[in-house]
Design a protein around this ligand. Sequence first.
Ligand SMILES: C[C@](O)(C(=O)O)[C@H](CC(=O)O)C(=O)O
Ligand SMILES: [Mg+2]
Length: 302
Amino acid sequence: MLYSHVTPEAKRLKFRELLAEDRCVQFPGTFTPLATKVIQDKGFDGVYISGGVLANELGLPDVGLTTLTEVAQRGAQIARSTDLPTLIDADTGFGEPMNVARTIQELENAGVSGCHIEDQFNPKRCGHLDGKSVVDLETAVKRIQAGVQARRDPNFVIMARTDIRAIEPLEVAIERAQALVEAGADVIFPEALRDISEFEAVASAVSVPVLANMTEFGKSELFTVQQLQDAGVSMVIYPVSAQRAAMGAVERLLDTIKADGTQQAAVADMQTRARLYETVDYDGYGAFDSNVFNFEVPGGRS
Ligand SMILES: C[C@](O)(C(=O)O)[C@H](CC(=O)O)C(=O)O
Ligand SMILES: [Mg+2]
C-alpha cells in the first residue's frame, strides 16, 4: 500500500552493489510511477528516469527547458513508487558548477539513487542527434567536482556523461572520461558511441563502471545485454522505449476509434482493469479497510 518501504539510503546501497556485480544490469526508462511499478514487477534491476521523457511528457522538446524543480519533483514521485534504485537524468546540471552542487542536494532530497551530469552546452540536445557542442574539459571537470563535494550520502551515485564522441575521435573521448573519473565520477556514460568495440575500449580504459544508452532511432546499434556485458559494460538503459511503445499504442488506439467508431478492436491490447488494480495494489488497501475493495472486477480480481 502507498509508497515503497525501502529507504533512499538502502536503494543507493543496492545501486552500488549492482554496479559492483560482474554482469550488465538493466534499467528500463519509465514515464510515470504506474509504469515504474510494472518495471519492478517484471524483475528488472532498477529504473531510469529520462530527461527526454520528462520533457516530452510536458509536451516539450528535450532541449534543456525543464527546471530542476520539475525534474526533482517527478524524480521523487517515481522513486517513492518503487523499491528499486533509480537513476535520473540531470542534463547539464541546470547551470554553473554551483548549480550542479544544488542539483545534487535536491536530487538526494528527492530520494533518487543517482544521477548523470553531461558536458553539453546549453541549449542541450538529444545525445544521438547531430550538431552538439560540449564545454571545455575544465568546465566538465568542475561540474563533477562540484557535485561530488555537495553530496551528503556517499552512496548517491554521480555519473559523468560525455557527449564528446560526436565531435572528437574515440581517443579524446577516452581521455575526457578518464579526467572525469579523476574528478570523482562513480560511473562513465559515454554517449553515442559508434560500435561495440568503442564500448569495449572505453570500459577497459576507465577504472569505474560504464553505462550504455540503448535508445532507439539513435546512433548506436541496439546491442543485447549479453553483447554489452561481453564488452565490459556494467549497466544499460532503455531510456525512452516504454514511452515510445505507449505512444505507439495510443496512436493506434485513436486511429481505431476514428475508423471504427468504437475502441472495441483495440481492447485486447489494453492493460485490463484487473491488472491495473493489481499494479496499484487494491488488495493492499482492501486489507487495510475492507470497505475499500469489496467488489468484483470484471475479468477477475487479478
Ligand atoms: C538518455 C537521454 O538523455 C534521455 O533523456 O533519455 C536521451 C535519449 C534520447 O533522446 O533518445 C539521449 O540524449 O540519448
Ligand atoms: Mg537526456
